[in-house]
Design a binder for this molecule. Structure first.
Ligand code: UDP
Ligand code: MG
Length: 318
């Protein structure tokens, strides 16, 4: 029998876009079923990440009408990464799991290619976007900077691959065994290992609605990415501390020499500048350490990473 596929689609206030993306995704799923690439009980699994609009009722309706559509409702907004994880952990009877955004920015047709790569033996298939034309110049620039920074910090990441990917159930199981609360799946998935492949696609404009990733959330995700995978910033602080101490020592020597020469120390401004500069450096350093302490704090509490309120997945199965 063919493998079961579940396509996990996190949705947060996506009532505008769901009526457009559902038929497109359904069509892709039907094509795969018709070609006998996946089993006929394969599913589209919409994960409602605590939406406050009509998203859940749309999902419920579609699920009642269509045996290939189901949904999971989270008890509140857990964020994109939490919603993805909820979807992955609820669909453990599927041999293949694809995750894709709800807004048609990730081209659903690429799933056909992904399944092909899986058939050829890849356990993880990354969808890499080969253009960033739909992004603003700011987003393009910051994204590039971020990937460079991660690379420099020694974090293995696939550049320009977001959360659009296929994973085998075996790979999903390994991913689920990572217990961290501060989720940055893009960094975790490459750690899973196994043979992987890439497919390329053109990222589209959002089909409808607005981005659910404002700058604030984007920065948070980037910060999580850096501090969950690298302690280089803490090491940098040490380097910075030593260099500042060195500069201070040289200044001290200079002042002593000046004093011996009998020149009056008039440096009010240099004093003020160094106080402010050092104060700033210290605050930054403390905040970097605070970021890690905060991470430890949220990890040790072991709070659930998501809470499922309703699960329509496999409801028809006995
Ligand atoms: N999303 C989510 N929870 C959130 C924010 C976003 O489940 O708290 C979903 C959203 O519905 C979409 C995907 O994550 O399917 C990507 O979000 P979006 O398209 O808004 O981000 P962008 O493409 O603008 O980076
Ligand atoms: Mg989007």
């Amino acid at each position: 029998m063919a493998n079961k596929l579940s396509i996990v689609v996190p949705c947060y206030n996506e009532q505008e876009v769901l009526p457009q993306s559902l038929p497109v995704l359904k069509q892709v799923l039907l094509t795969l079923i018709d070609q006998c690439q996946v089993s006929s009980d394969s599913q589209l699994v919409f994960v409602d990440d605590g939406s406050v609009d009509q998203t859940w009722s749309l999902i419920e309706q579609a699920s009642a009408q269509d045996p290939n559509v189901s949904g999971i409702k989270l008890s509140r907004n857990f964020g994109h990464q939490g919603a993805l994880l909820a979807g992955l952990s609820a669909t453990q009877d599927a041999q293949l799991v694809v995750s894709i955004d709800a807004d048609l920015q990730d081209d659903p047709q690429v799933i056909l290619e992904m399944v092909q790569k899986f058939a050829e033996g890849a356990q993880i298939v990354y969808a890499v976007r080969n253009n960033r034309a739909t992004d603003s110049r700011f987003k393009r620039g910051t994204a590039e900077l971020f990937y460079k920074l991660m690379n420099w910090l020694g974090v293995k990441m696939i550049p320009d691959a977001a959360d659009f990917r296929l994973m085998s159930q075996q790979a999903v199981q390994v991913l689920l065994s990572y217990p961290e609360r501060n989720l940055f799946l893009r960094g975790l998935v490459p750690l899973v290992g196994f043979s992987s492949a890439k497919v390329y696609f053109q990222r589209q404009e959002r089909a409808a609605g607005e981005s659910k990733y404002p700058l604030r959330k984007m920065l948070r995700l980037a910060m999580d990415g850096i501090t969950s995978f690298s302690i280089a910033p803490i090491k940098l602080i040490m380097g910075l501390g030593f260099s500042i101490v060195l500069v201070a020592f040289l200044l001290l020597l200079y002042t002593i020499v000046q004093k011996i020469r009998g020149e009056v120390v008039t440096g009010w401004s240099s004093l003020m500048i160094s106080i402010w500069a050092l104060g700033g450096v210290q605050l930054i350093c403390i905040s970097v350490i605070g970021e890690y302490v905060g991470k430890i704090f949220s990890e040790v509490k072991q709070r659930p990473r998501f809470t499922i309120e309703k699960n329509l997945y496999n409801r028809k199965k006995k």
